[in-house]
Design a protein. Structure first.
Length: 94
């Protein structure tokens, strides 16, 4: 990456599990970044309502495992959201 000061640490946050594909893993290792995969709930039905087309909690957790196994600092990051009805759900702990 050009234009960044020496030893700059990057953090990438995403909702996608695709970041754990081998092509990304190689680049993430080269750049020495931290990855946070965001989830809003462990409840897949709630996720389908609030995040249509997004990967399930289990797919996101598996992606974090793959990143960590590859030597990349990665974690699941909880981000609570409001439903379309305006009901706020409490945080779910890992």
């Amino acid at each position: 990456m050009r234009g960044l000061p020496f030893n700059t640490k990057l953090n990438i946050y995403t909702r996608s599990d695709l970041i754990a594909s081998q092509d990304y893993i190689d680049e993430l290792k080269r750049l020495n970044v931290n990855v946070g995969i965001i989830y809003s709930s462990k409840d897949d039905d709630l996720n389908r309502l609030n995040e249509p087309g997004a990967p399930s909690y289990n797919r996101r957790a598996y992606a974090v495992k793959n990143l960590v196994d590859a030597g990349i600092k990665a974690k699941l990051v909880e981000h609570t959201i409001k439903t379309k009805k305006g009901i706020k759900y409490d945080k779910v702990r890992i």
